[in-house]
Design a protein. Structure first.
Length: 229
């Protein structure tokens, strides 16, 4: 008689795009998991996000391609300008349709997030659960959260951003054992500021070019020997 193999339980810290995408895959595979999110609720944050053509194949496999496409616009070109807003170069992405079956797309990030979140059963996500510490035992991993609760699993995944509490906990343990590489024992090399904005919704009757398939393209203004774009 073949012994029954127990499926590992996965603990995911962070309910951002990465965390819930992993949750969707585990849900499809029938692997037990829980997602721990420090925020008390999910808020629709962000503006637009550009998705590469290869990602659309992933949405197709999940049965979400049609909904995803309904939210966005294909991007076929990226125009590069100098500081005087003079066109310097154009990158053509339109060939991707023939190569992989899809174009690149730009979609509203809140719409994308809401679509993915709907694929996760509500009971799988635990809100207001800030992770304070992690520990590795003989039988798996244990996390302690800010409400003084502990949770056990077999696999721990840190999907909680650049300043991940999971990473900090892992690095602290490695540093104590003198196993942390010196390159990882440095502050994150972020020395730039990103300014993000968007317009109010534009009326297609006033701007009929919005209805054209190629209406959504990327434009980049680059500084001449200056540390910004």
């Amino acid at each position: 008689m073949t012994p029954v193999t127990k499926k590992p339980k996965v603990i995911i810290v962070g309910a951002g795009l990465g965390g819930i995408t992993l949750g969707i895959l585990l849900e499809k595979a029938g692997i037990p998991y829980e997602i721990f999110e420090r925020a008390p609720e999910v808020k629709p944050l962000g503006s637009a996000i550009s998705m590469g053509a290869s990602v659309l194949t992933f949405f197709e496999q999940l049965g979400l391609l049609e909904e995803f496409i309904s939210y966005g616009k294909p991007t076929m070109y990226a125009n590069m300008y100098n500081e005087k807003r003079e066109l310097q170069n154009t990158i053509d992405f339109s060939f991707l349709k023939n190569v992989g079956g899809h174009y690149n797309y730009i979609v509203p990030r809140p719409h994308l997030y809401a679509m993915l979140l709907r694929q996760i059963p509500a009971e799988r996500i635990r809100f207001s659960k800030r992770v304070l510490s992690i520990s590795q035992g003989e039988h798996g991993v244990l996390i302690r959260t800010s409400d003084n609760m502990t949770h056990e699993g077999d696999i721990l995944v840190g999907a909680d951003g650049a300043y991940s509490s999971v990473r900090q906990g892992l690095y602290a343990a490695l540093k104590k054992e003198k196993k942390l590489p010196s390159s990882d024992d440095q502050p994150l090399p972020f020395n730039c500021v990103a300014l993000v904005g968007h317009t109010e919704a534009l009326d297609p009757e006033q701007f009929p070019e919005l209805l054209l398939p190629e209406s959504c393209n990327q434009g980049v203004i680059g500084g001449d020997n200056k540390p910004y774009s």
